[in-house]
Design a binder for this molecule. Sequence first.
Ligand code: SF4
Length: 340
Amino acid sequence: MKAASIKDLSGDELREAVEEFGMPAYRAGQVYHWLYAGAVGSFDDMSDLPADLRASLGERYAVDTLEKVRERLSGDGTLKYLLKLADGNTIETVLIPVAGRKTVCLSSQVGCRFGCPFCASGMGGFTRNLGQGELLDQVVAVKREGIAVTHIVFMGIGEPLDNLENVIRAVTVLNDPKGFGIGARRITISTCGLVDGIGRLLKSGVRAELSVSLHAPVDELRDRLVPVNRRYPVKKLLGACRKYYAVTKRVVTFEYALLDGINDSPALARKLASLLDGFDCKVNLIKVGEVPIEGFRPSRREAAHRFRSILRENGVKVTLRRQRGADIEAACGQLRLRTL
Ligand code: SF4
């Protein structure tokens, strides 16, 4: 049986574990520092710990949960890592270096249960949630390459709010100045629209940025593109987003992947503008790369620009961005494609 990951423990749980070995609490602080600030690969590297504590920890816990299998560099500088978990499953983590930022895009599950038809990540169905240690080890893997990570987005494989407890625990360590020290405003949690998950995130006290994959402003179309909409229709979702903003003062971002002839008409742009009327939020229009799934093509240039103009004319804050990493299948909805 594989040892449990020591990174599955919170700071308090780590202190209890260290005290169980008859050691003073401050030793837990040293271990914590080595794990995250130090990003070491073994207990033996924790040079200021007594040898017997290192040995005891090593008998009970593993330091690493991931093994790097492969990495691929895109023409736009995006770097995708294929990482193997202890049970043999694989996940992908993406480093996006843009304008001085080093953003790491984390997977939150092996597979996904929400089955959005244009998304490659959900094609193989759902296998399991990632543990706190597996979430954090994705950041450690990048850090070990000598990269100073500045931002985190939970936008890789899986639905973060469907693995909320572990995501919250991981965010606590990411945010902790003694952990990774990444400010909450630099951590973004995305969702396909799990309204109850947004509510639970609010209750947790974690104040991360929230990004919602909207992709359609009306139920009829969104039911098709993001099937969970049948459970949480657009109006309910918007209500949850407005509440998130009211409580946290975090401006919600709506992701909208432009798909040719499906969701990019002027009429839908006007519907989207009216849906967001009076709400202080942002829309991120995504120019998708080639979508390798039948029936979905990227929007034409003119349609994308017209869509953006209509939103702008109606007072919506909007950006139109090219999907990054598309040539290495590192873009939203493409992760895991090559592995599958
Ligand atoms: S878009 Fe997100 S929620 Fe939908 S199937 Fe893909 S990973 Fe899952």
